[in-house]
Design a protein. Structure first.
Length: 256
């Protein structure tokens, strides 16, 4: 079995693969400071809760956009779970070529999503990740990471509203019954959700126009991606495990 870890700005998501089958998932908060021993104990306990023995883990791979926790996290994994640990970064085989102006600026999470989208759906493909930021990354038919677009995530935008506007409350993010809102909560929900749908549709249309890719596949992932994917025909596929799949694929490419 292989342990895959996606460390995002808010949460870190763990997945366990038995071959190509995802058999367990669990999460920890990224912003909580922990020692390597605390990580090790928590991870082994959560593996056990998911009926996975730590000794069954043959290797692990991690992609992170939070550098300051990596020393403790990787130390805990190596000490308590497995010594065979890969980190997505310079020198690792991914199967795609990054041809942007400064490849080193591309986050490992975006690379992982691009690998998964290209391997699973082919190219050209635009992969969207609705997380702390909403990202749109383009991979062409040759497997080249060509361009990336970054916007505030839905929760990030919502947080700005209720933290910076004194009279606006903290709300649940969901699609309201109508865009024609008549009170504050549904008004905020309409702006956030329909605003994200509109942004998504415009960006897809603009990417198609500038690239000429009429056959562009559009794939979405991320916690709130399902809400958007269900409301627009511009997104062909929603895959909640896309990042975990990308980590599995990269692990396999580097274990041959």
């Amino acid at each position: 079995m292989v342990l895959v870890i996606d460390v995002g700005n808010t949460n870190m998501t763990f997945g366990v693969y038995d071959g190509k089958k995802l058999v367990a998932t669990f999460r920890l908060m990224s912003k909580t400071q922990r020692t390597s021993d605390e990580y090790g104990v928590l991870i082994t306990e959560l593996l056990s809760k998911n009926h996975v023995k730590p000794e069954e883990i043959e290797g692990a791979i991690v992609a992170s956009v939070v550098p300051n926790i990596m020393h403790s996290l990787t130390g805990g994994i190596k000490r308590y779970v497995t010594e065979k640990l890969l980190t997505v970064g310079a020198g690792i085989k991914t199967g795609i070529q990054i041809v942007t102006e400064n490849p080193k600026q591309i986050g490992s999470d975006r690379i992982v999503d691009a690998v998964a989208a290209y391997e699973l759906y082919g190219g050209p493909v635009l992969v969207m990740d609705f997380g702390t930021a909403t990202t749109y990354d383009l991979v062409d038919e040759q497997g080249r990471f060509c361009a990336g677009i970054t916007a505030p995530g839905i929760r990030t935008a919502a947080k700005a509203l209720w933290e910076d506007a004194a009279k606006l409350p903290e709300i649940e993010i969901k699609k309201p019954a109508s865009i024609l809102a008549q009170e504050t909560i549904s008004s905020m929900q309409a702006g956030l959700v329909y605003g994200q749908i509109g942004q998504t549709e415009y960006i897809v249309q603009r990417v198609k126009k500038e690239t000429g890719y009429d056959n562009l596949k559009v794939v979405a992932t991320g916690g709130l991606g399902r809400i958007i994917a269900e409301e627009t025909d511009m997104i062909q596929e929603y895959n909640s495990a896309l990042t975990l799949e990308g980590l599995r694929i990269i692990y396999e490419k580097n274990s041959k």
